[in-house]
Design a protein around this ligand. Structure first.
Ligand SMILES: [Fe+2]
Ligand SMILES: [Fe+2]
Ligand SMILES: [Fe+2]
Ligand SMILES: [Fe+2]
Length: 436
């Protein structure tokens, strides 16, 4: 690919301030939107939030007034871009609809990143998190149907499977156990740096969305489900951010942030099927090229280093969205029983020691029942089976996946059993067109 963002022409910073009419665009249509236009929109909001927030952190640790002024000017643009992107969500797209979109982002984005990740340990970490977000999509799908009568397939549009993954009640770890080994900034590929920051941004925004929207439902089980999954997203942020080399300087980090924005907007622009939204990606890309070049100038001025040393000369595609069913099924079949060990590595359920740190967290948080199990219990008592969207062969594997993927110890008292899944999967998949 020949797109060197350090050499392309962007929009000068002083021309990046737009009218309120340009900042707040007409939202997409909830029923016609392509599911991957929705995932791009949900995801790029997370990229902008991180770009904005990082510049605040940078400004708080420097007394260089010229640097502070430049950061403040760029930061405002990030904030305006965030408004443009996030407010493409229509008012009639419910919190649960958007939530299914967030988890579709996580599943299909993480799968793409894992397959394009040159570092094996980072790839293994991506695959580990993948099966957790995959299960979140399944748990939230129960509520989307039970509470709002939504067929989750109307949101995921047949591109992403909805079945059980690694059960959410087993995602609660001692947060210190979540920490991973970091890459070495001298030897890591630019792709690894961009891939990780991309995923950290997505997970962080997913956490923030659940933290700020879970209370919008009156049903206590739904509120608790948001609380439970929000906490897992906090673990995901901790896990993925710990992969980043902590010795990167702030100027270096600024370059990586702007480059990550450039790459993601470039990828969105390349893939977008909606002409109106494609134009948003194109305009933001031109703004980010300018931000990147300004960040590169700062690196040269303050550290006498070239940005090429950090990000190379080629563009990276960190967010191509396409159906990843086959890849996810493969990881699901092979890694549902995988767990974090206490030495920044991985193990399986059968090899966990009795005193594994995470059992304690699981016992405490699940003592009065796991809300994510309650979601399936409710579906079971209401329609005699769970809500799934996948081919029958995969649906039939649910009892086996649970048998293999659920820890014996520290189970919540309301856990849906393997026998329950065997009974549920005997019943035809719920038909959203016809009452049973
Ligand atoms: Fe931005
Ligand atoms: Fe998730
Ligand atoms: Fe996540
Ligand atoms: Fe930027």
């Amino acid at each position: 690919m020949s797109f060197n963002a350090l050499k392309e022409k962007g929009i000068p910073l002083e021309k990046q301030i737009r009218t309120w009419h340009d900042i707040v665009r007409r939202p997409y249509n909830r029923t016609d939107v392509d599911c991957y236009t929705r995932t791009r929109q949900i995801f790029m909001n997370g990229i902008e939030i991180e770009a904005w927030n990082f510049k605040h952190h940078f400004a708080r640790i420097t007394d260089d007034i010229e640097l502070k002024k430049l950061l403040a000017r760029i930061r405002r643009i990030e904030d305006m871009q965030q408004t443009t992107v996030n407010w493409l969500i229509p008012a009639n797209q419910s919190v649960l609809d958007t939530t299914l979109g967030y988890e579709q982002v996580a599943v299909d984005l993480t799968s793409w990143l894992a397959q394009n990740e040159p570092d094996d340990y980072v790839k293994e970490t991506f695959n580990f998190g993948l099966l957790e977000d995959f299960d979140h999509l399944y748990r939230y799908s129960q509520w989307a149907y039970l509470h709002e009568g939504t067929n989750p397939d109307d949101i995921v549009q047949g591109q992403t499977d909805v079945v059980i993954g690694r059960p959410t009640q087993n995602h609660h770890n001692d947060n210190a156990v979540r920490l991973r080994k970091s890459y070495n900034k001298e030897t890591a590929a630019p792709q690894t740096k961009v891939n990780i920051l991309t995923l950290v941004s997505a997970e962080q925004q997913t956490h923030n969305f659940y933290a700020e929207h879970g209370m919008m439902y009156g049903n206590d089980d739904i509120r608790r489900t948001y609380a439970e999954i929000c906490d897992v997203e906090e673990e995901h942020v901790s896990m993925y951010e710990s992969l980043i080399d902590p010795t990167e300087t702030m100027f270096e980090k600024l370059v990586i942030h702007e480059f990550t924005e450039v790459c993601n907007y470039y990828n969105c622009y390349k893939d977008e099927v909606d002409d109106r939204i494609k134009q948003v990606w194109e305009e933001c890309l031109a703004m980010e090229i300018e931000h990147l070049q300004l960040a590169g100038d700062l690196l040269k001025k303050y550290e006498k280093r070239d940005p090429e040393e950090i990000i190379g000369t080629d563009i990276i595609l960190p967010c191509h969205f396409e159906s990843q069913k086959e890849y996810v099924t493969d990881i699901l079949m092979n890694e549902v029983d995988k767990r974090l060990d206490s030495n920044m590595g991985y193990t399986t359920i059968d090899k966990l020691p009795e005193d594994w740190e995470s059992y304690d967290v699981q016992e405490k948080t699940g003592a009065a029942g796991a809300p994510t199990e309650q979601a399936v219990q409710q579906a079971k008592s209401s329609i005699k089976r769970d809500i799934v969207c996948a081919d029958k062969k995969l649906v039939k594997k649910q009892p086996m996946l649970l048998e293999k993927g659920l820890e014996r110890k520290a189970q919540a008292p309301n856990t849906v059993s393997v026998a329950d899944y065997e009974r549920m999967t005997e019943i035809e998949v719920y038909d959203f067109e016809e009452e049973i």
